[in-house]
Design a protein around this ligand. Sequence first.
Ligand code: AMP
Length: 219
Amino acid sequence: MIIIMLGAQGTGKGTVAGHLVKGLEIPQISTGDIFRANIKNKTELGIEADKYISKGELVPDSITVPMVANRLDEDDCKNGAILDGFPRTIEQADSLKEILAKENKKVDLVINLTTPREEIIDRMITRRVCPNCKATFNTKLNKPKVEGVCDFCGTNLVQREDDKDPKAIEKRLQIYEEKTSPLVEYYKNEGVLRTEVISTSINHLAKEAAEEILADLKK
Ligand code: AMP
């Protein structure tokens, strides 16, 4: 099963994907995490990608698309994957369709998370991530049991570089609106879209949405 996580930054895509990974036993492919690992290890791909990521811009498709195609080709993806952060443009969605068609696969479900803008910005500022197991926490809404420490592997939590810079946050949200949000219509037309409102105002957070989605998938 191929699942795509759609939604602006800070809506809880990583949290939902993490839950689904455990429940469905298929891997999560986060393009952002792959880029960050490459940046940390100073690979050629990482050095190139960082030029865009540090400014909040999209990494060119010539780098991103083959990277995802190669990852999907790995053994652990034979039963499917949860794509988190890809596709981000109509062009990438078309490329994904072609990549999957070669394996007689298709996108089965697109989970679209929507959150009011003021909540999104607050969540990006208060987000903390585990650099080791990639779990996501939040200093207000999803606190770790011990402040600053990952519940799952005990590693010290960090703030993402691009979450520290208000200009990069604004840029990412602007790019989401312009380039990624048209994918909602794209996948609605394909009949695979499921939208979930994630907001403290209705007491519906990513964790609850993930449990509901998982229960439906297991019916
Ligand atoms: P994320 O962790 O998903 O917020 O991604 C962090 C950054 O990585 C983004 O702001 C982009 O610069 C880059 N990135 C991640 N996924 C993609 C993608 N599908 N296409 C282009 N750039 C991406």
